[in-house]
Design a protein around this ligand. Structure first.
Ligand SMILES: C[S@@+](CC[C@H](N)C(=O)[O-])C[C@H]1O[C@@H](n2cnc3c(N)ncnc32)[C@H](O)[C@@H]1O
Length: 303
């Protein structure tokens, strides 16, 4: 019997294995000084090969063809150029929802998932799903999670950014979040609502970084996430002040306001809330690490 010619039938695949590719990427990221090279290498390779990290782990011995290897190389170059991992992956998981993530809006953060824990606990004490207003809806993360978890039956999402509203619309469609209504608002926010329009829940993860802090942010954040999503003005409180000033008017009796804030802002935000006579039970709340990262208040009676 004559042996098959090189490249013909019976030729064994020669590319590197998935495991070898991950090892090589990890070395590149290590040399570039990235903080978590192993985790990032796995996530980048998995994203480029269009599979999950666990699928990648279970199939490490399989060979990677040249076209797929080129996709991995492109993903690694983007990361080494300083693009956020989540933009390269194209999606980010927030609570139970998978969201598209790109430069149109802030990448949803794990801290914000903890804000949803506080809201879910508040909601459990009530008899029915609530009507909610999400100020600074961004990618739609909070609003879509509220609907997905049955915390809210209807959410109005406001944002000053058309790009963010675009992304929120796309994410709502993908998540079949039919209860989300999106509106563009001016920086003063409240004129986007009808007179007398009121909600059981007002929630906001507003831009709260101070302008000097924004200048000093890690370039992966400063250069790739929208400034309007981060920069809250000289003391970081510009949008928080606007939210707090109108929340009482647009909350139903017994309704609640929940905010994500910076640790350093806790006393100032508490003072802003307490200065609104219509708001009661004003509180600063801590995250899982014990840092004051959230604030809440109620209007009138508790439920
Ligand atoms: C920190 S991001 C939060 C995005 C999203 N809610 C999340 O938690 O991932 C803040 C959002 O507020 C929007 N924003 C900034 N200034 C605003 C204002 N004055 N009124 C309403 N939205 C504003 C930004 O465009 C951005 O989408």
């Amino acid at each position: 019997m004559i042996d098959p010619p090189p490249g013909g039938q019976g030729r064994r695949p020669v590319g590197p294995t998935r495991r070898e590719i991950v090892r090589g990427v990890r070395r590149e990221l290590e040399l570039a000084g990235l903080e978590s090279p192993r985790v990032e290498a796995e996530r980048l390779v998995a994203a480029a090969l269009a599979m999950s990290v666990s699928e990648l782990g279970l199939s490490g011995g399989e060979r990677v063809d040249p076209a797929a290897a080129a996709d991995v190389a492109r993903a690694v170059s983007r990361r080494l150029e300083g693009q956020p991992l989540q933009h390269i992956e194209g999606t980010v998981d927030f609570r139970r929802v998978r969201l598209v993530s790109d430069g149109r809006a802030l990448i949803p953060r794990p801290e914000t998932e903890q804000l949803l824990d506080l809201v879910a606990a508040w909601r459990r004490a009530r008899s029915a799903p609530v009507d909610a207003l999400d100020i600074g809806v961004g990618s739609g993360a909070i609003a879509i999670a509220l609907l997905d978890e049955g915390i809210a039956a209807r959410v109005v999402g406001l944002d000053v950014s058309d790009d963010a509203l675009d992304l929120a619309r796309e994410n709502a469609r993908r998540a079949s979040a039919d209860g989300l209504g999106l509106r563009r608002c001016p920086p003063g926010i409240w004129s986007a609502l009808e007179t007398g329009e009121a909600f059981d829940l007002i929630i906001s993860n507003p831009p709260y970084v101070t302008t000097p802090e924004w200048t000093d942010l890690d370039p992966v954040v400063r250069d790739h996430e929208p400034r309007v999503a981060l920069d809250g003005g000289g003391d970081g409180l510009d949008v928080i002040r606007t939210v707090v000033s109108g929340a009482g008017t647009h909350l139903r009796e017994g309704g609640a306001l929940f905010l994500e804030i910076a640790t350093s802002q806790a006393p100032a935000v508490l003072a802003l809330l307490e200065a609104e006579a219509i708001l009661t039970d004003c509180r600063v709340r801590v995250d899982l690490a014990g840092r004051p990262r959230f604030a809440s208040a109620r209007k009138g009676r508790s439920d």
